[in-house]
Design a protein around this ligand. Structure first.
Ligand code: GTP
Length: 342
């Protein structure tokens, strides 16, 4: 079976870290986000098609250097085609029923169970469903008791929501679905293709699952997933190799070769490789990029520092995004494709 992994987005909401790397390679507990997804693939998936565009060379290199025991095809889109266009562009590699997976989700979905459910229901399309409290931020599925989805309602008021289940970013599709997608155009699978399949086939199903689901779309969810996994693994912190740590840490993830000076206090903070945090710095809910230098006696809260930035001694910052270098050419100013909002 083939799996298409959607990994071509710019990840604009995760800038400045996506200025320098593909979103799917952003580390989670020091391992690229996409590696969690590959590890969760059912054994019957023998071919993985990476639908890439932005920073494709980094993704290609990562898979050249790391063997996951499956055939990997890097399918480079000439321009961003959106989630639907990317699936259509992978058509030449599809030989039968196939999976489509967003690369920015960490969850406990068992894809094997979803495949079984799809076959039992003779579905043409099955999507994973996850319950949320804040329905008005999402496309909400109108789902019957047997799992049949009869429609989606975009960002409903809570009292108008047909359910509390949203699209959780994993799809199992029969190949005839490809006929619904036009070639060579930016198309949203969720907004343009799914509604058509529902009305034409009535064999569009939703698979609900238990456990956890986290969409790593924003810096806040990037920090949340770290806190969640650190606690799930019953750890105080997650530490990389060759670190020199003299300060106090709680719920932090620290990359390789990091120096943290004495009397510094870090809480719920992610520090990338080769960063240096000087004495008596206090960081709460921050992400510190690769090779950053954080000056002594700094007090930093809810802030992010892109790769290679230097923060002066005694700095005080709250809710700042620090990026003093040029923005990469062609990087969009705002979200393209499925606009979700800041
Ligand atoms: P934002 O700009 O912050 O919204 O992030 P994003 O570009 O990743 O978009 P979004 O979160 O909606 O993407 C959901 C998934 O689809 C992610 O795994 C993206 O990598 C992927 N994706 C989004 N747009 C494209 C595209 O045009 N081509 C491909 N191949 N993948 C895409």
């Amino acid at each position: 079976m083939e799996a298409i992994i959607l990994a071509g987005g710019f990840g604009t909401r995760l800038r400045p870290f996506t200025y320098t790397r593909a979103k799917s390679l952003l580390p989670i507990l020091n391992k690229p986000m996409i590696s969690y997804l590959i590890d969760s693939l059912p054994e019957e998936v023998d071919k993985v098609i990476l639908a890439v565009n932005y920073r494709k060379n980094q993704i290609e290199r990562y898979f050249r250097e790391n063997d996951f025991g499956k055939e990997i095809i890097v399918n480079d889109e000439p321009k961003p085609l959106g989630t639907g266009g990317a699936v259509k562009f992978a058509e030449k590699h599809i030989t039968g029923r196939f999976l489509v997976l967003n690369s920015d989700i960490i969850c406990s979905l068992h894809l094997d169970d979803m495949v079984k459910f799809h076959i039992e229901n003779n579905a043409v399309s099955t999507i994973s469903l996850w319950p949320v409290e804040n329905v008005s931020e999402f496309g909400v599925a109108d789902v019957e008791d047997n799992g049949n989805i009869v429609g989606f309602v975009e960002k409903p008021k809570p009292e108008d929501a047909p359910s509390d289940f949203i699209n959780a970013g994993a799809y199992l599709l029969e190949p005839e679905i490809l006929d619904y997608i036009e070639t060579d155009r930016l198309i949203s699978m969720e907004k343009e293709i799914f509604p058509q399949i529902i009305s034409d086939t009535e064999r569009f199903f939703g698979f609900k699952f238990d456990g956890y689901w986290m969409d790593i779309g924003r810096i806040s969810s990037y920090l949340d997933v770290h806190r969640f996994l650190i606690r799930k693994n019953k750890m105080e912190n997650y530490l990389g190799r060759n670190c020199e740590i003299h300060g106090d840490l709680k719920d932090c993830c620290i990359g390789d070769n990091v120096y943290i000076g004495s009397n510094s206090k870090l809480n719920s903070t992610i520090v990338y490789d080769n960063a240096r945090i000087e004495d008596s710095a206090v960081l709460n809910n921050c992400v510190v990029g690769e090779n950053c230098k954080i000056g002594s006696h700094s007090n930093l809260k809810d802030s992010v520092f892109g790769d290679n930035e230097t923060i002066a001694d005694d700095s005080i910052m709250n809710k700042e995004v620090v990026w003093t270098q040029p923005v990469p050419e062609g990087y969009p100013k705002k979200q393209i494709g499925n606009v979700i909002g800041e």
